[in-house]
Design a protein around this ligand. Structure first.
Ligand code: ZN
Length: 64
């Protein structure tokens, strides 16, 4: 009886560990911490930020 209970407990723990990874941003199933869509979003935001920096540089150049 005791052995059966232990086996059930192990199964329960394993089932919890085998939970599929989900995106930390949209909580959708993903093999990585952040899914490709959210990763692209983050990259897009970074690119936009870089564009702003480039614009600022151009503006400075134009003023000079
Ligand atoms: Zn996501």
């Amino acid at each position: 009886m005791a052995e059966t209970k232990d086996k059930n407990g192990e199964k329960g723990e394993k089932s919890e560990e085998s939970k599929p990874h989900v995106c930390s941003m949209c909580a959708r199933p993903s093999d990585t911490v952040i899914c490709l869509q959210c990763e692209a979003k983050v990259r897009g935001e970074v690119l936009e930020h870089n564009k702003d920096v480039n614009k600022a540089g151009r503006t400075d150049t134009g003023r000079r």
